[in-house]
Ligand binder design. Structure first.
Ligand code: SF4
Length: 460
């Protein structure tokens, strides 16, 4: 951190900022009485006689290591067909008119049977593709089957090119949400995705209609950014606020599927991406301060922030450790194959490596799954054990395989590590920034009712 200060983090994720003088005392083991008192009362060095303090520390650590055990999140791919061919496409989809790429009757029955056997009371289902809305009938059958769950959430990922009455009837369910892609202004979106102005206009008209019909909370959108030619930041934000959308999940091109072939330089995100990312978040903070009628956020920054402050609550599957595969969520592909993650499906589709762990008919309690799960934690990684960010960070085996074809590279040499090292460093810089505009946004992103005077303590 700046001015010779250092961030100190305990194994349970409690943290403080140490001044250079404090660091010297810590290194020399010459702590003042006031230092000891601070460290003990904040739970950084619980006294061995303090049984309650020890238990609290163990509990806090266990919360960080929470291992999900119940299947309650399904990513379903009812069809691999799509009516667009975006250059960023990660799934190597097939064209709209090809046959043999939708769920068979047997696969549909097996999915419905699976839903019958789940013990969870809450279910989340994401419909992916291809373009899943080409088969609204299959989506409808799944939604119908979920009536027995106490809480249900469905996300239909769609390019919104063609919104039929049948599809609108599905969107009308209050538990159904829509996720789409919006790469910025119409020209950028057209260049990356729709390729023709009539298709772009159709998409924008559908997006407007959906926001008018349901309000902006029904829909979320994500831009895919090419770090070598990023869009103008205000233009990008404006293209979202124009539709009342407040969350923007900045994603660099994912090194998967079609993108792997067409955007070879996407394997590593360098300095350009990180600089763009920081400038974007700072601009969002500034705009939130200037106009407090709504709260804009960069979604991954908010997720990271909540992972720091709310252990065990943030279940984002790309940023967790342990990150068990095929346990609490699975992907059911168009042919009934089960993958542990959507990225694993993309890698397999691209012919890089088969990461399937089973099939919907035969199950996925397989050797392949067990093998992956042996390495699905950062807990014992020698580099991560030395890293201050370990309690908040994650483990993404599939990302390593996608980029390097192996999972045993030293952590520091992986893009996952470099990206998160930068991100956590940036988030903590913001946590210790005293600018009221920064504190205002951080408080909103943490869903706090008011803005605290500080987010972290300093030991002088
Ligand atoms: S930032 Fe890198 S070293 Fe630190 S915990 Fe994450 S992956 Fe491990």
């Amino acid at each position: 951190m700046k001015d010779g200060q250092a961030l100190c983090v305990n194994n349970a994720g409690g943290f403080f900022l140490a001044s250079p003088e404090c660091l010297e005392r810590l290194n020399a083991d010459h702590l003042k009485e006031s230092d000891r008192s601070f460290l003990q009362t904040r739970g950084h060095i619980p006294d061995s006689r303090d049984r309650l303090g020890q238990a609290a520390f163990a509990f806090a650590k266990a919360q960080r290591l929470l291992r999900p055990s119940q299947l309650d999140y399904l990513i379903l791919v009812p069809t691999l067909r799509c009516n667009l061919s975006c250059s960023y496409c990660q799934v190597s989809r097939v064209s709209e008119n090809q046959s043999g790429f939708d769920w068979s009757e047997e696969t549909l029955s097996a999915v419905l049977e699976l839903l019958d056997t789940l013990e969870t009371r809450h279910i989340k289902i994401e419909f992916q593709g291809g373009e899943p809305t080409l088969r609204p009938d299959l989506i409808g059958r799944v939604i119908e089957k979920c009536a027995r769950f106490e809480r249900r959430e469905f996300v239909i990922c769609s390019n919104l090119q063609n919104v039929t009455d049948e599809l609108l009837a599905l969107f009308d369910h209050p538990e159904v949400f829509i996720s789409t892609s919006l790469d910025g202004d119409p020209a950028t979106h057209e260049h990356n995705r729709t390729e023709r102005s009539d298709a772009t206009n159709q998409f924008l008209a559908n997006l407007s209609m959906i926001v008018r019909r349901y309000g902006p909370t029904k829909i979320s959108a994500l831009p895919t950014i090419n770090p070598t030619s990023p869009p103008d930041i205000d233009d990008l934000i404006d293209s979202y606020t124009r539709f009342g959308l407040e969350s923007i999940f900045l994603r660099p091109i994912n090194y998967q599927g079609f993108a792997r072939k067409r955007h070879k330089d996407a394997r590593e995100q360098g300095r350009e991406w990180r600089e763009f990312y920081e400038r974007f978040v700072r601009r969002v903070i500034q705009r939130n301060w200037e106009d407090r009628s709504r709260v804009l956020e960069e979604t991954y920054f908010s997720i990271t922030l909540r992972r720091i402050f709310y252990p065990g609550r943030e279940r984002h599957v790309d940023l967790r450790s342990p990150n068990p595969m095929g346990i609490d969520y699975i992907v059911v592909d168009h042919d009934g194959t089960i993958y542990p993650t959507d990225e694993a499906r993309m890698l397999s589709r691209s012919g890089v490596i088969d990461l399937s762990i089973g099939t919907i008919e035969s199950g996925w309690d397989s050797e392949a799954r067990d093998l992956l799960n042996r390495y699905a934690s950062n807990e014992h990684d020698p580099a991560c054990r030395q890293c201050a960010f370990q309690p908040y960070c994650g483990r993404d085996l599939v990302d390593d395989i996608a980029r390097y074809g192996r999972i045993d590279l030293p952590r520091y040499e992986t893009e996952f590590c470099r990206r998160h090292m930068h991100l956590f460093g940036f988030v903590f810089e913001m946590i210790y920034d005293q600018d009221p505009a920064v504190r205002y946004s951080l408080a909103r992103w943490l869903r706090l009712p008011a803005t605290p005077t500080s987010f972290g303590e300093v030991l002088a």
